[in-house]
Design a protein around this ligand. Structure first.
Ligand code: PMP
Length: 397
């Protein structure tokens, strides 16, 4: 029997980001002692009142389909948060509830892109983007970031990458894996290219609540951008309820009915009680989000300080759950081999950052998730003792 040609397009290199994680999960299932600092999944519990709200809704019989665009109370809660955060006028009608940000990215790709279209993506690029765009028949055009530039988005190279087939710019801000948060000037440079060439901007802002210094600026807030920006967000990252897969898209009015049409066959709706519980959580005052952020910032500093003390060159991270270490000073030239050794010999799972770059561009950076308990981070650090001193002995693949 044969498969569709789509399955080949879905086999994009980004998937390699999770190989080590999947192997580590299997090792864990076999009873091996592995600390998972690989995927962006916090190990703290979802806030109890949010869980209770979901349970109470179920008990009260809240088990049926919601409207396709999502429950009104959740759309209103997302709109309120957007207005509060970026000062961008946002109505509930501009919000569509989706089954996690990934589902939102896929819907946006299906609704905005034709086969053969090109999408400029600022590296480092999140692991699912290439396959997501390929599913719509579109092609990623990578705009390379340079280690020499602290992995900042190469916005100066965007205009030169535009061709007659360019249809959109896709960016993650804050960025996964780098933890870089774009400056106002970088965002303005992207906006200028989008306006000049009449492009959509898909702004993946799933980590918008996790910016440690200053406030996150939604891309839609830039002058003239609300009408051409599709913002993708996720409650998973806001409250540490990643498995619930409740996300949202904020889009210009003309796109909403089109997104609804796509969702009629993609997911129809997402679980009603989870939508209500997320709406309840989003209603919390800003101080609640600030406290969550402060806790994560402490975890970042704990892991960063511990890694630096053990001889690793830690790259700055301004947001997200992630920090990166540059292993080039230790002579490492194959981050995937290094990560494999880290799991097998030391029982710590991390992600090789080469998976987020064009082949061969970056081969010596590793990403750790710091959204873990102090005990977990300390245990991982203990296992990493002495590793930096021996890193150059990484065997060739
Ligand atoms: N975009 C980025 C940058 C992410 O890191 C993630 C999750 N790791 C997603 C999208 C997908 O989020 P969700 O789980 O809400 O689908």
């Amino acid at each position: 029997m044969r498969f569709s040609s789509l399955v080949d397009r879905l086999d994009a290199p980004g998937g390699a980001a999770w190989h080590i994680h999947h192997e580590a999960r299997l090792a864990e299932a076999r009873g091996e002692d592995v600390i998972l600092l690989s995927v962006g999944d916090p190990d703290f519990d979802t806030p109890a009142p949010i869980v209770e709200s979901a349970v109470a809704a179920l008990r009260a019989g809240d088990t049926h389909y919601t409207p396709i665009a999502g429950r009104q109370e959740l759309r209103e809660a997302v709109a309120r948060l957007q207005r509060r955060r970026g000062g961008v006028p946002t109505a509930a009608g501009d919000v569509m509830v989706v089954a996690g940000a990934q589902n939102g990215l896929f819907s946006a790709a299906l609704c905005l892109l034709d086969p053969g279209d090109e999408v400029l993506v600022l590296e480092p690029i999140y692991a699912t983007y290439e396959a997501t765009l390929a599913a719509a028949g579109a092609r990623v055009v990578r705009v390379a970031a340079s280690p020499d530039d602290g992995f900042r988005p190469a916005v100066g190279a965007l205009a030169g990458a535009v061709t007659p087939r360019t249809r959109a710019i896709l960016l993650a801000n804050p960025n996964n894996p780098s933890g870089v948060v774009m400056t106002e000037a970088e965002m303005a440079a992207v906006a200028a290219v989008a306006r000049r060439h009449d492009l959509w901007v898909v702004a993946d802002e799933v980590y918008e609540s996790l910016v440690f210094a200053g406030a996150h600026r939604p891309f839609r807030a830039l002058p003239g951008m609300a009408e051409r920006t599709v913002k993708v967000g996720s409650a998973g990252k806001i409250f540490g309820l990643t498995g619930w897969k409740v996300g949202f898209v904020v889009a210009p009015p003309a796109l909403m009915p089109v997104l609804s049409r796509a969702h009629q066959f993609l997911t129809f709706t997402t679980p009603p009680n989870l939508q209500s519980a997320v709406a309840f959580g989003l209603g919390k005052p800003e101080s609640h989000f600030a406290a969550m952020r402060a806790g994560l910032q402490r975890s970042r500093d704990r892991l960063a300080g511990g890694l630096a003390a053990r001889g690793f060159a830690v790259l700055p991270t301004a947001g997200t759950y992630f920090l990166n270490v540059d292993l080039a000073p230790l002579g490492v030239t194959d981050d995937a081999a290094f990560c494999r050794r880290l799991v097998v010999e030391h029982g710590v799972a991390a992600v090789p950052v080469s998976a987020f770059y064009a082949e061969e561009a970056v081969r010596s950076v590793v990403r750790f998730c710091f959204a873990k308990s102090d005990a977990t981070l300390d245990a991982a650090l203990e296992r990493l003792e002495g590793v930096a001193g021996r890193a150059e002995a990484t065997p060739a693949p």
